[in-house]
Every structure is written in C-alpha cells, then in structure tokens.
Design a binder for this molecule. Structure first.
Ligand code: ZN
Length: 412
C-alpha cells in the first residue's frame, strides 16, 4: 500500500481547471492539463512515494518484482507488465475522432508494420504495439462524446432536416440502404472526398446547422456539435462523419465501453478512463494528423444503435462495478453518501490502483498498516498486499475509483 505520484499530460485540448482543482493546486493552471496518468506506461509511469518521501518509478518496481507486485494470475496472462492504464481525462476542446483495433487486428498490423521496417515512433505508424486498446470512460462531470454509429434511420432524418442541396444524393444513398452497408458506403464517400469538394460542401452544412440551432429543432444538439467541430477543425472530413454518430451526454457515474472498431470522439467534460495499456489508434478525422483511410476502413465497425450506458453494478455495500468484456481491466466505484456507511473490503488478489476524487478515505490493511487518501490522492496496492478495508474519513460524500485487471469481482 503506497502513495502514487502521477504525471499530467499537457495536451492542448486539456482543461486548465479540472485536474488542478482535483489535485488541490492553484486554478487556473498555467497551461492546459488534459490527462493524469496512473499506471506503468513507459511514456509516463507513476512513481511510488514512501514515508521518507523517496520516489521510485512504478515501471521499475514492477520490473524488479513482477510476481510480488502483479501476482501469478496477472503475470501468467499479461507477462511482466501492468495490463491497464487509469486516467483522469479533462477535455476543454474536442479530441480527435478515432477507433482502436481488435486483438487480432493489432497483432496482424503490428507484425506487418514491423516486417515493413516502419519505425515504432514514425508518424505513419498505426500499430506501435501488438495489443488491443479497449476503453471505458466514466463521467465525473457531465461528459459529452460522440460514439458509435447512430441508427441510420435517425441520420436520414437529420440529413433531411438539414436540407442541403449538395447532400441530397448522399442522404438518398443512406435512405435506400439504412444499414451497416449504407453507413460504410456513406462514411467511405465522405472520408475520401477531395479537399476542394470538402471545402465547398462544409460551409453549406454549417449554414444548415445554424438554421437548425436557431429553430431549436429535434437535432439541436447534433447541429451544435457539428458547428463546434467545424470551427475547431475547418475543412476536416470528421465534421461530416460526426453526423453519422451517436451524440452522448453522460451524467456523473455513468460510463460507456468503447469496444474495438467503435468510432468515438470525446468532446467536453471530466471523466475517469480505464484502458488497456496500448497506443494503437486509428484516426478518423478531427485532427491535423495523418488519416490512414484504407487501414481505418479495415478496423471500423459499422454496426449501429444506441451505446449502452452503465451506472455500475452494485456488488457490495458502497461498491459498484462497470462490467465489460475487456480482460485487461475492470473499473469499480466506491461511493458513500453524506454521513458515510460501512467500509468496502478489497480482498482481490492482483494489482490495484485507487484514486480518491471526492471526500477522503482511510485504507487499513489486515497487517495493521494504514494510508490516508485525501481528494486527488492515489495509491498502489500490490498483488501480495493483505486485504484492505476502505472507509470514509470525512462526513461529506465520498467517491473513490479502483482499477484492477479484468473480471476480478464476482457478479452479485
Ligand atoms: Zn479512444
């Protein structure tokens, strides 16, 4: 049971307030703070801090004692590395539209790019590592995103409401085939439009969105999003692609799982994200970076419909688990109302990371050791740790997130 110090990633889309406020630093921060990384990613591993204030890289600690830190089950399945990365993500501006490969696609793509001799850090490298990158995002504030293809019938309604002359043929293409094949055809048409055609088309689409927003019609939120994206990424095919996706608003505690092939873009808000420790990203737009269209079309999943929103399954008093098919990770929420309640017992055998985002808690291990976590504090629990009880230490509401390797909590 050791305190963690974590790196902040200063990407330009980040918030100047959310992470600084969580960590108890002056607000606003001097530059954007996009993500707080909790884990052992080689790019920015967390550091363990002992009582004397000595820092050690979690990556090096795992390397020196993989069995003790990760446990037999985890090392057998994932080797001598932490299979997940936990983040606090704070988006002030929209992120790129992206999708991630499946395990098979990642292994195949990695082998192909290795054989072709493309350096792992090259700009045109799609698969810097051979593993999948499933993700789950859980809202801390109201959280806005685009994720998954929307029902094409609804999209046809949206396109007809926009009533853009230059989109009429595209609308009828989808209306004539309102299914995955129709979505694939229309997405492919839009993502491969020459820049000159995009530059001509997009102003008409944006004008139509302005009209919709003025009328506060059925598609108000979709049209506002297109306008926002059109301003942030002028001339980008991703602005059109956004018309095909579900516009999602998560309330605090609600989460969506993003499986392989799912197109998604986070727009605005603060959340806790858990993901497999991989960097395999295929961009679909809303980015100045290279979009590899043929590779993207191989990976994208054109199934459609509303994304299931999870609130966490209660498995014990004050403990809620977000179930996903991803074997790499599991996210749980420990939450007590004002006035507290019974402690949560963590008897899981495997590596765990905890972060306190509201109130404060006391961790007490069976061997008698204790660790207090205030808001913004986080802890590493090694696999060989004796069972730990977590209890609220202040009378207000208390909220802690817990990351573990996959499928470790029995169903209720
Ligand atoms: Zn993603």
């Amino acid at each position: 049971m050791e305190r963690l110090h974590n790196s902040v990633r200063p990407y330009a889309w980040g918030s100047r307030t959310a992470i600084a406020e969580l960590l108890g630093r002056p607000v606003p921060a001097p530059h954007p703070e996009a993500e707080l990384w909790l884990g052992a990613h080689p790019g920015a591993p967390s550091r363990l801090v002992d009582e004397e204030g000595v820092h050690r890289s979690l990556l090096e600690v795992l390397g020196a004692d993989p069995l003790g830190q990760l446990g037999a089950d985890c090392t057998q399945r994932w080797g001598e590395r932490l299979p997940f990365l936990l983040k606090v993500l704070a988006a002030e501006e929209p992120l790129s539209l992206q999708a991630h490969p499946s395990a098979e696609q990642a292994a195949e793509g990695y082998a192909r790019e290795e054989a072709a001799g493309i350096p792992r850090d090259a700009k045109n490298r799609n698969y810097p590592d051979p593993t999948a990158k499933p993700e789950l995002i859980c809202a801390l504030t109201e959280f806005h995103a685009l994720a998954g293809f929307a029902d094409p019938q609804r999209t046809v309604g949206l396109l007809r409401a926009l009533d853009v002359e230059q989109l009429r043929a595209h609308t009828e293409l989808l209306a004539g085939q309102p299914d995955s094949d129709g979505l694939r055809a229309l997405f492919t048409t839009w993502i491969t439009l020459p820049q000159a055609a995009l530059d001509q088309l997009l102003p008409h689409v944006l004008d139509a969105c302005v009209r919709q927003v003025k009328d506060r019609g059925e598609y108000d939120i979709e049209c506002r999003t297109v306008l926002e994206l059109g301003e942030a990424y002028p001339g980008d095919a991703g602005v059109l692609a956004a018309l095909l996706l579900n516009r999602i608003v998560l309330r605090p505690g609600e989460a969506i799982f993003l499986p392989a092939g799912n197109p998604h873009a986070y727009l605005h808000g603060t959340g806790v994200e858990i993901l497999a420790n991989s960097d395999n990203v295929l961009r679909c737009g809303l980015t100045p970076k290279h979009v590899d269209v043929p590779e993207l079309l191989r990976v994208l999943d054109f199934s459609y419909g509303r994304m299931p929103v999870q609130t966490g399954e209660p498995v014990a008093d004050n403990l809620f688990v977000y179930r996903t098919p991803a074997p790499e990770f599991e996210l749980s929420r420990l939450q007590w109302p004002e006035g507290g309640g019974s402690p949560v017992s963590l008897d899981h055998v495997g590596p765990q990371i905890l972060i306190c985002v509201e109130g404060s808690v006391l961790l007490r291990a069976e061997d008698g050791s204790e660790l207090a976590l205030a808001k913004g504090d986080s802890a590493w629990l090694a696999a060989t740790e004796t069972p730990v009880d977590v209890r609220p230490a202040t009378p207000g509401g208390t909220l802690v997130f817990r990351a573990t390797a996959g499928a470790c909590t029995p169903a209720a």
